[in-house]
Design a protein around this ligand. Structure first.
Ligand code: ADP
Length: 394
């Protein structure tokens, strides 16, 4: 196992396409790190550079203490699992699992009866190698619960079983790091959730340093010790899942992480005597105590307020300047909770996640209370910085 380090790594494809732009990142030994971002953000290219499948235009990649920039993929001691499994169709599961180990045998071809007579020492070594490979295949099959599948060929396996074998092929080699490129994308939703839990359990067990690429923020949040959010070849934030959720550095991260996504309300900061208020156009909200100082420089300037769907709740005798007057749109019951689409006069696309027993009906006008402690303020624009975090040392 090993730490993996990227220092100022850039990848420019022919045609001057900058896929990865000056990425620096250290993945700790035994860490499970997820790269997530919309399609085309450069996450697969980053992973493929670590694997050695793409040349690096600039920068340095280290696996353990070794700079691997010029090292061939097969000599990097990493194992990659792809979306399409890439199993050998003509081989049994047993052989698929053992194939890479067989290739590395030093005494291949000496395990036969003739060798036993003419070169007994080599014969013994060949047998020991074979026994070791068998042991590793058996251990891996046990870890993944696929012992009963060892004699089958890939075409006789379900999607989930194939994916398990693909993961097994990585584990069996006991590499320094696992690299996963969207490994669950081909599975149906239910199986994806199951495999997700299984990958997490597996990582607890084997603790191999892991870099995992996905476009699915939910998968990223459930799997990663830390999650790296990328866009346009650049890292926007690298943090624990909870930190990303609670303290997104900019509007892009805030909007990318979490379902339903964060609500954004355009408005301005206005002064009311000593206090600051957020003026939404149709409603005014008090600026929470923690934000007063940080927002004093934004008076009379446009700003975007961000609040997650669970930060809005039906107002029940709430204090003034903590509520939004909304019209209720579509209700989406989800069992215990429901998503309710609401609109203010100025901001039409808001969503609240509330108790599904709340008596609301479509078309009704009501007040929604805003949890002022959970509000973020962003500079205008799609990538606007989260100014509520500025100066915050934590
Ligand atoms: P992601 O995995 O986040 O979807 P990629 O790393 O695959 O993104 O791609 C990043 C950018 O690089 C995209 O704009 C993509 O079109 C471009 N790209 C990827 N591979 C190549 C290639 N072989 N040649 C040219 N451009 C490429």
């Amino acid at each position: 196992m090993a730490q993996v380090q990227l220092e100022h790594v850039t990848k420019i494809y022919p045609g001057d396409i900058k896929a990865v732009d000056d990425v620096s990142l250290t993945i700790a030994d035994r860490e499970f790190l997820v790269l997530v971002g919309p399609s085309g953000c450069g996450k697969s290219t980053t992973l493929r550079m670590v694997a050695g499948l793409e040349d690096i235009t600039a920068g340095t990649i280290r696996i353990g203490d070794r700079v691997v920039n010029g090292v061939a993929p097969k000599d990097r001691d990493i194992a990659m699992v792809f979306q399409n499994y890439a199993l050998y169709p003509h081989m049994t599961v047993y052989k698929n699992l053992g194939f890479s180990l067989m290739l590395r045998r030093q005494h291949a071809g000496w395990g036969n009866p003739v060798a036993r007579l003419i070169a007994p020492a080599r014969y013994q070594k060949a047998r020991a190698e074979r026994d070791e490979i068998h042991r590793r295949i058996s251990d891996t099959a046990a870890v993944l619960g696929i012992e009963e599948l060892l004699a089958r060929r890939p075409k006789a396996l379900s999607g989930g079983q194939r994916q398990r074998v693909a993961v097994g092929r990585a584990i069996v080699r006991n590499p320094k790091a696992f690299l996963f490129d969207e490994p669950l994308s081909n599975l149906d939703a239910k199986l994806r959730v199951e495999m997700r839990a299984e990958l997490k359990r597996l990582h607890r067990q084997v603790q191999t340093t892991t870099i995992y690429v996905t476009h699915d923020q939910e998968e990223a949040m459930t799997l990663g010790d830390r999650v790296v959010v990328m866009k346009d070849g650049v890292i926007h934030q690298c943090a624990t899942p909870l930190e990303l959720y609670d303290r997104p550095v900019n509007r892009f991260v805030a909007g990318f992480v979490g379902t339903p996504r964060m609500n954004f309300l355009d408005g301005r900061i206005v002064r009311d005597g000593e206090r600051l208020l957020f003026d939404e156009g149709s409603c005014r909200l008090a600026v929470g105590g923690a934000h007063q100082d940080r927002l004093s420089g934004f008076v009379d300037r446009p700003i975007t307020l961000g609040i997650r769907p669970e930060g809005l709740a039906p107002a029940d005798g709430a204090a003034p300047e903590t509520t939004l007057r909304v019209t209720v749109g579509v209700l989406e019951p989800l069992g215990d909770r429901m998503d309710v689409y609401v609109a203010t006069e100025r901001n039409p696309d808001l969503i609240c996640r509330i108790d599904s027993r709340t008596p609301l009906r479509e078309g009704q006008t009501t007040d929604m209370q805003v949890d002022l402690d959970r509000v973020h303020y962003f500079e205008p624009g799609a990538g606007g910085l989260n100014v509520s975090l500025a100066d915050d040392p934590s």
